[in-house]
Design a binder for this molecule. Structure first.
Ligand SMILES: *[C@@H]1O[C@H](CO)[C@@H](O)[C@H](O)[C@H]1NC(C)=O
Ligand SMILES: *[C@@H]1O[C@H](CO)[C@@H](O)[C@H](O)[C@H]1NC(C)=O
Ligand SMILES: *[C@@H]1O[C@H](CO)[C@@H](O)[C@H](O)[C@H]1NC(C)=O
Ligand SMILES: *[C@@H]1O[C@H](CO)[C@@H](O)[C@H](O)[C@H]1NC(C)=O
Ligand SMILES: *[C@@H]1O[C@H](CO)[C@@H](O)[C@H](O)[C@H]1NC(C)=O
Ligand SMILES: *[C@@H]1O[C@H](CO)[C@@H](O)[C@H](O)[C@H]1NC(C)=O
Length: 396
């Protein structure tokens, strides 16, 4: 999906090139979707990569980035106190020392929503977090919970661009006694998000989860979406992550996905909740339907989803027929207001059978909500027609 969007974007730009008069203002300099400049820290510094592992960390000059404080380029295989440092992808990554920051100038389209995807690993057992910002937007991402045993995870964060010339900043707010502690970051990408139109006969926005943060084609662990309570700046358009734990955005290349190319894997039981406020008409009856699946990531059963809509809740166990990797589930409700909350969490706290510690859970996809008060609809339609006829007749 991401690739095809990038493709479309490229096509749009090509078109813009030929119709440059019309596109002069829209085809300017905003960042391309994908890896940012030296976002994988694989570009060698002028004096080459530091040898590493000798005494105090050395601050290196990192092409494409400005920094403040101790920023160290680390190499895969590099050891520290007998422990091998984790480099999420490729051969190099950056470690942020105490209160150190690294930043890069980025061009954005003012008013657009962007998501930033990055990989991060902790180095010491301490509480570690990363402060990511594109001022004035900022969020602290907690690296305390390890979601996978690889020792690193990918995260996404989103913001609304306040100006064309912005700065993307990663900061380690920590102050550890051991200055060689501090998170390692790698593979930083950006993507301009769009909010898909509401489909016909379905009031859920992005219910198929096809629009979301950038995912590298080889991102085999999916992308974690941490808490985000602001619908306008959500990395998952239409949805918010209202719990203090993350949910995982997964792709069909590495996981079983019920429909399309993307879906959400719910993690950490009721500590991982996604929700959306959908438009409803009070007193009308609705059906909430969705696909529920297993991600094919050797997640230990049982799997179950708790679904909520208005004052209704239903726990649904994953019981697929035959060799299917997903099943249909639904819930009926009566709307009480003009906006109704639809939400999902995993009933159980599941882990993978191969390591018994990586978090996993049921997959949710293809969420739809539609009115089942069909008669009411038609009645309303009919009376509107009668009223119009009446207005026309009175006008004559
Ligand atoms: C670097 O960080 C220190 C401490 O946070 C701050 O006082 C200083 O102004 C920063 N320097 C630059 C150039 O940003
Ligand atoms: C994944 O893709 C990125 C960007 O295309 C590349 O730099 C990295 O080496 C790849 N990693 C693996 C493990 O293939
Ligand atoms: C992140 O750092 C910036 C600047 O250092 C600060 O203004 C902001 O409050 C921090 N954000 C969080 C969530 O800690
Ligand atoms: C599940 O994963 C295995 C490899 O682990 C793969 O061979 C199989 O095709 C996958 N099935 C689905 C439905 O994705
Ligand atoms: C599921 O089973 C059917 C028939 O039993 C078979 O044709 C199909 O290939 C199977 N699908 C998968 C993904 O194993
Ligand atoms: C809703 O789920 C029930 C089983 O719980 C099923 O019998 C029914 O066909 C489903 N309805 C729709 C519209 O999917």
């Amino acid at each position: 999906m991401a690739a095809s969007v990038a493709g479309l974007d490229r096509m749009a730009r090509l078109t813009c090139f030929f119709v440059s008069v019309f596109c002069f203002f829209s085809s300017h300099v905003a960042a391309d979707d994908g890896l940012i400049s030296n976002g994988d820290f694989e570009t060698p510094p002028p004096n080459g990569f530091p040898s590493g592992g000798l005494g105090e960390p050395e601050t290196s000059e990192i092409p494409g980035w400005q920094s403040n404080g101790t920023i160290e380029l680390v190499s895969s295989g590099q050891k520290q106190g007998g422990m091998i440092l984790i480099v999420p992808q490729g051969s190099h990554a950056a470690r942020l020392g105490n209160d150190a920051e690294i930043n890069q100038d980025i061009k954005l389209e003012k008013g657009s929503t962007y998501s930033v995807t990055f990989s991060a690993a902790r180095t010491c057992a301490q509480l570690e977090s990363i402060n990511i910002s594109v001022p004035p937007a900022t969020q602290s991402v907690d690296l305390q919970t390890l979601y996978s045993v690889q020792g690193w995870d990918s995260y996404a964060w989103a913001f609304v661009a306040q100006s064309e010339d912005s700065k993307l900043v990663f900061r380690n707010p920590g102050m550890e006694d051991d200055p060689t502690c501090g998170p390692i970051i790698d593979d930083i990408a950006i993507k301009k998000l769009f909010t898909p139109d509401k489909p016909k006969d379905n009031v859920v926005v992005n219910g198929d989860f096809e629009e979301g943060p950038w995912m590298f084609r080889n991102e085999s662990l999916g992308v974690l979406l941490p808490t985000n309570l602001d619908e306008e700046s959500s990395p998952l358009p239409g949805w918010i992550i209202e719990s203090n734990r993350a949910v995982r955005y997964i792709d069909s290349t590495h996981f079983a996905v019920p429909q399309g190319k993307r879906a959400i894997e719910l993690l950490s039981g009721k500590e991982g909740i996604i929700s959306q406020m959908v438009e409803t008409t009070p007193e009308r009856s609705y059906m909430l339907a969705f696909s529920m699946g297993q991600a094919n990531d050797s997640c230990l059963k049982p799997l179950a989803v708790m679904a909520f809509a208005a004052d209704q809740a239903r726990g649904i166990h994953y019981t697929p027929t035959g060799n299917m990797t997903h099943m249909d589930a639904n819930l009926t409700f009566t709307a009480k207001a003009e906006r109704t909350r639809v939400a999902f969490y995993s009933v159980y706290y599941n882990t993978r059978s191969d390591d018994l510690s990586s978090l996993c859970g049921p997959v949710v996809d293809d969420v739809r909500v539609w009115s089942t008060s069909g008669a009411g609809y038609r009645l309303a339609g009919a009376s509107a027609v009668m009223w119009m006829i009446w207005v026309v007749l009175m006008g004559l």
